[in-house]
Design a protein. Structure first.
Length: 549
């Protein structure tokens, strides 16, 4: 077997993963939590860098986002997707180097490929905001490699890498636990002065926590602590299942990890048998075990809605830790060609399934991207009259992921860095759900308004520029094209009527009004805006009505 084959195949896998991720994300824009940075942290102040996001420090991701913003502007999110793809590729490369030292190049290749295309971890692989978690893992593995040098230079590098891991997120804590165990294991041979490897990063993290992190929301509770063993077991089971193609598609919704537990039990049984044959664990196993335990228990202590063991963002670090543990358990085991062939087949099957999950993850993010670009387009169209305090809450935006977008701040950012939104022409060709939501946002952002006068209908006043709608059954429908300004809706005596509007939407009228009772005149006001597309009024009434423009 060619000794260079694993390295050549690794290079192909790294290049392929970057190309695939950039292809999958080619039409995506800035998403979800990224807007918290773009809206509220555009100035590189100390507070902007160190304010926690949820419970995490995200100083380096904030700095990276602002650097990209100043270089490339806000018209395209491609630069941040490129950065994420590169970070993930480098992380897989370091994982390959680490596992190769323990279990040989072929198992290292299998491990790197599984992580590069880990479909159930689609949030980390395809959403640039998760650079925070990916960066912590990258520098965590770099720290482990530096500690393996077992010399002073390695310790200095490990300290620096651990600081960087903390700078991305609090996921640096599990790697700090690994470093602490390494220091304790080597204390007799190298002394406890090496504790600075851990002490300096942890001290900096503690200073951050005292100054900023203590204000972050926390879900720590006695209930979570008592339930943590089950959470940890489920997390390990889901991580193993995700690696080997037994995960869940993001389009299928949350799943119970019961399907993953038998696989974890089977894996434990295999290694229990190995322990009978070769008792004991290598000393290098325990730092990784400490990192895995710290990661899963800390997550368990802070679990809440949306933070179940099956959550996509947990699968990346879970998969990496499982692979590191397996590498140590398989240390110095020599595999023949048949065993490696079986490993290649298992990796190939897992890869094929996980690629489907990765595509499904992209589809889920594409829905969010369409909503984002459509809703932002509506804000820009309504720029002349929109309230600066107007925000894209879930009831308006159609998604809860844009709560950080406020019209005034967004339009300021657009003036400075350009627009990521659809143009009015692009909005006209957007998916139907995006056009529908843009109409809803526009109706609130302009805003549209109605005033109804009771008993004001005059059957003898034909008026100018009026369109008469005949009486019909309650289910009959009529549509009238409207221009900006004031429109008068005259309704003859009879039962109440319903009025609704559309602009970019087709086949439906997503903007309802209060309607009006019979024998009334309703004044509908549509402010002028930046788009030329007309509005269309839909009237559902059983009596005669007139629309006067």
């Amino acid at each position: 077997m060619n000794r260079n084959a694993p390295v050549v195949l690794l290079g192909a896998a790294l290049a392929g993963s970057v190309a695939l991720k950039l292809y999958l994300t080619r039409d995506l824009t800035f998403l979800q939590d990224t807007w918290a940075i773009l809206m509220d942290r555009r100035e590189l102040t100390v507070d902007a860098l160190l304010e926690p996001h949820n419970e995490h420090i995200i100083a380096i991701p904030v700095a990276a986002e602002q650097l990209l913003l100043r270089i490339f502007g806000m018209t395209s999110a491609t630069p941040e997707y490129v950065l994420l793809a590169i970070v993930l590729a480098v992380t897989a490369l370091l994982l390959f180097v680490y596992v190769r030292r323990l279990a040989g190049p072929w198992l290292a290749l299998f491990a790197a490929v599984l992580v590069l295309f880990l479909g159930p971890a689609w949030e980390v692989l395809l959403w640039p905001f998760e650079l925070s978690l990916a960066g912590s893992v990258l520098f965590g593995i770099a720290m482990l490699l530096a500690l393996d040098r077992d010399d002073r230079r390695g310790d200095v590098a490990a300290c620096a890498f651990l600081c960087l891991s903390f700078g991305f997120s609090t996921l640096g804590l599990p790697f700090a636990a690994a470093a602490a165990i390494d220091v304790l294991q080597k204390r007799r041979r190298r002394g406890l002065s090496r504790a600075v490897v851990v002490a300096v990063p942890v001290a900096l993290f503690a200073l951050w926590y005292l100054g900023w992190g203590s204000e972050a929301e926390s879900h720590l509770s006695l209930r979570n602590v008592l339930l943590s063993p089950r959470f940890v077991a489920d997390s390990a089971a889901v991580a193993v299942a995700s690696l080997f193609g037994f995960g869940e598609s993001p389009l299928a919704g949350p799943a119970d990890p019961v399907w993953a537990r038998p696989l974890l039990v089977a894996l434990i049984a295999v290694f229990a048998y190995r322990q009978i044959q070769r008792p004991g664990f290598p000393p290098s196993f325990w730092p990784i075990a400490a990192a895995a335990g710290a990661n899963w228990f800390l997550t368990a202590f802070n679990q809440s809605a949306g933070r179940a063991p099956v959550s996509s963002r947990y699968q990346y670090i879970g998969g990496v830790l499982i692979l590191l543990l397996l590498a140590h358990l398989l240390r110095d085991v020599r595999f023949g060609r048949q065993a490696l062939a079986v490993g290649a087949v298992v990796t190939g099957i897992a890869l094929s399934v996980n690629l489907i999950f990765l595509r499904d993850g992209r589809d889920a993010l594409m829905v969010q991207s369409v909503y984002t670009q459509a809703d932002l387009a509506a804000i820009e169209i309504a720029k002349r009259t929109i309230d600066p305090e107007f925000s894209l809450g879930a009831e308006v935006a159609g998604t809860p992921t844009l709560v950080n977008v406020q019209a005034g701040k967004y339009l300021e950012a657009v003036d400075e860095y350009g627009s990521p939104a659809y143009t009015p022409a692009e909005l006209g060709g957007a998916p139907d759900y995006g056009r529908r939501q843009a109409d809803i946002v526009l109706s609130q952002a302009l805003p549209l308004s109605t005033v109804t006068h009771l008993g004001a209908y005059d059957p003898n006043d034909s008026g100018e520029n009026c369109v008469a709608l005949p009486a019909g059954k309650p289910s009959s429908t009529s549509e009238v094209r409207l221009a900006p300004g004031q429109t008068r809706i005259e309704l003859a005596p009879g039962p109440p009527a319903e009025f609704s509007l559309r602009r970019f939407a087709s086949g439906e009228y997503p903007v309802p009004t209060e309607g009006a009772p019979g024998d009334s005149v309703t004044l509908l006001r549509i402010p002028r805006d930046k788009a030329t597309q007309p509005w269309f009024l839909h009237v559902e009434a059983s009596q005669r009505s007139r629309i006067c423009r």
